[in-house]
Design a protein around this ligand. Structure first.
Ligand SMILES: [Mg+2]
Length: 367
């Protein structure tokens, strides 16, 4: 049956949240009042509605413009069943406006929605369309906002360990914060440190020496600029396993990162890299190169459900990121938050497995 894309619509929502102890949350130079998500709603001629998620937060307005002005006009009228063809054609047509950033985020949202539609048409979860149903749940790790006070870092980590989290990731800059976190969390917790690309190689080596006793599972994005894969490879000799990839623009670039010696974990981000299609390709390339996949997924919308579907296929994914925020009103009924055992259930319904609740969208719609 013909299934033509009839409508592509970007819908911005800002969800209220509560956070752990520490200064107000925010990244990228902005304090967050709400968690801002850009939903991408796609409707087909045979009446199927799919939901995608294009990287939002501070970039939400820019990404919405990319959906409205670039992706939607080209996507409407295309065959929704031909995800590979649609993504290839739009990527080629739009490449001169950027193979990264808002254009790529907007394409990611469309791709996720098309996979949701494909699953709904088949009556199967996306994981099964991709050839996997390897598990029904995946552990989460607590991904903390920057605290910038090492005594408080220790206290928050102690509380999370008591609350049965088995893994915690810091977003600090001071390497000594890892020692405080280890002291608070105890020896049995997997501890990760994400510094968001601050250092040159010399500084990173000094920091790695300070952090060595914290026994990190991984050190994430230690090097500025993030494209300097050679410096990452050189830093690997410090002995701390390295993770990177959330700022890699597309699957092709991720293949190059996965080939860089010494990067243990590659971190595709489904709402940034080009959606489920690109994440799946990147994860396959990572595995062929002998790397682990550790998704970047500070998401609460369809991007999180898409990551969970991919985790059912790529069973080397050990943890899913649980951002340090508690939604006061979840977007999905019954999915998207870890249970008491700190595991995310992987939805088994058709497509991504759940649609955003219409009343939540209406209530928290942004301007
Ligand atoms: Mg990160």
């Amino acid at each position: 049956m013909v299934s033509t894309i009839n409508d592509i619509r970007a819908i911005p929502v800002g969800l209220p949240f509560q956070q752990h102890e520490g200064p107000p949350a925010g990244f990228g130079g902005k304090v967050w009042q709400t968690l801002d998500i850009l939903l991408v709603r796609v409707e087909t001629s045979d009446g199927i509605v799919g939901w995608g998620d294009a990287f939002g937060y501070n970039a939400l307005s820019s990404t919405k413009a990319a959906v409205d002005d670039l992706v939607a006009p080209l996507g409407v009228g295309q065959d929704a069943r031909d995800i590979a063809g649609v993504m290839d054609r739009l990527s080629r047509t739009l490449h001169l406006f950027g193979r990264s950033g808002p254009v790529q985020y907007a394409l990611s949202g469309l791709d996720i929605a098309l996979w949701d539609i494909a699953g709904k048409r088949a009556g199967l979860p996306v994981a099964q369309l991709l050839g996997g149903a390897g598990r029904t749940a995946v552990p989460s790790y607590a991904s903390l906002f920057r605290i910038a006070d090492n005594d408080l870092v220790a206290r928050v980590c102690e509380g999370l360990a008591e609350d049965c989290f088995s893994a915690i990731k810091l977003h600090e800059i001071d390497p000594h914060a890892t020692l405080a976190a280890r002291q608070g969390a105890g020896p049995d917790i997997d501890l990760m440190m994400d510094v968001n690309c601050p250092w040159d190689l010399v500084t990173a080596r000094e920091a790695a020496a300070i952090m060595a006793p914290a026994d990190l599972k991984w050190l994430e994005e230690p090097i500025w600029p993030p494209e300097d894969f050679a410096a990452l490879s050189a830093l690997a000799a410090s002995g701390i396993p390295l993770a990177a990839g959330e700022n890699v623009a597309n699957a092709e670039e991720m293949t190059r990162l996965a080939s860089a010696p010494g990067v243990s974990y590659v971190q595709p981000s489904v709402t940034k890299i080009g959606g489920i299609t690109a994440f799946h390709r990147a994860a396959q390339a990572a595995k062929l190169a002998g790397r682990r996949v550790a998704p970047h997924s500070p998401y609460f919308g369809p991007g999180l459900l898409a990551t969970l579907q991919l985790a059912a296929v790529h069973t080397d994914i050990e943890y899913i990121e649980m951002f340090g925020a508690t939604l006061t009103t979840p977007l999905f009924d019954g999915f998207g938050l870890p249970g008491p055992d700190k595991r995310f259930a992987i939805p088994t319904g058709p497509g991504l497995g759940a649609d955003p609740e219409p009343d939540v969208i209406n209530r928290f719609l942004l301007g």
